[in-house]
Design a protein around this ligand. Structure first.
Ligand SMILES: [Zn+2]
Length: 275
């Protein structure tokens, strides 16, 4: 399997190496699929014989809110059984190794697996399955319990899932754009780049000078936009990739610590390494 060795970090100067490197991650359905959550894309991605495009729309909700809620309640219950996998955990390791404020995770996933794994800076751009939003007063809150067939707000109006439906504008775009513009590393995991605007993020980050890395079970749509691409399951590729990066960071820090500073040559290393 391809590992990002220290020479990738140091050679070519491609990847700025330091704990204050600004890393932005975009994750997609592939990372959740490895936790057993259905992606509803590709072959067989049907729910009760319907394509998600027929259920996850404002029109479908206006027509038959109870049907749409049945779809989401099933997904909410599936979430209870799913647990974060090694890929989710690797992103937590990466965030913890970097200086606070250097890491941001944009996810297209509506599950809470990144948050449950321990990721701190998460932008769920397509909303969150655990939350509900009022169709009248706009109030939203987390509701983990099983919901009635047609849940209502305290104000009396019908609640909807706090997710972004087909034809609606994703969340956090005002926060995401500046992140992409200042990213030094842009890592795309578990998404092949079919759904816009997320599919366009790599071009924005790349145009701003970021070093781009992809991890997915299938080739990227825009493969030319990647400086490095690792074909494989996120759960096996990503932990190795992150371990390689963190090891390389340590090597660089060690070299930095041993380098003479300000023209002053340090004393001879004490035999045995102790001083
Ligand atoms: Zn309300």
């Amino acid at each position: 399997m391809a590992t990002l060795a220290p020479d990738v970090l140091q050679g070519r100067g491609a990847l700025p190496a330091g704990r204050d490197t600004r890393v932005v991650v975009l994750s997609g359905a592939g990372i959740s699929a490895e936790s057993g959550l259905p992606t509803f894309r590709g072959d067989g991605g049907l729910w009760e014989g319907m394509r998600p495009e027929e259920v996850a729309t404002p029109e479908a909700f206006r027509r038959d809110p109870a049907l749409v809620w049945r779809f989401y309640e099933a997904r909410r219950r599936a979430l209870d059984a799913a647990v974060p996998n090694a890929a989710h955990r690797a992103l937590v390791d990466l965030e913890r190794a970097l200086t606070p404020g250097s890491f941001a995770l944009i996810t297209q996933n509506v599950d809470d697996l990144h948050q449950r794994a321990g990721s701190q800076t998460v932008f769920p751009m397509h909303g969150e399955l655990r939350k509900v939003r009022c169709t009248a007063c706009g109030a939203f809150e987390e509701r983990r319990e099983e919901l009635p067939a047609l849940p209502t707000c305290d104000c009396g109006a019908v609640l909807r899932p706090h997710v972004v439906w087909f034809g609606e504008t994703p969340l956090f775009l005002d926060r995401i754009t500046p992140l992409l513009r200042r990213a030094q590393v842009f890592l795309v995991v578990g998404t092949s780049g079919h759904v816009y605007p997320a599919a366009g993020f790599i071009f924005e980050a790349r145009a701003a000078g970021a070093w781009t890395v992809g991890v997915n079970v299938e080739e990227a749509e825009a493969d030319w936009a990647y400086d490095a691409f690792h074909l494989g399951k996120a759960g096996s590729v990503l932990p190795e990739l992150v371990r390689g990066w963190l090891k390389a960071l340590l090597v660089i820090e060690m070299q930095e610590a041993l380098r003479p500073h300000d023209g002053v040559t340090r004393g001879e290393a004490t035999p045995g390494g102790a001083s």
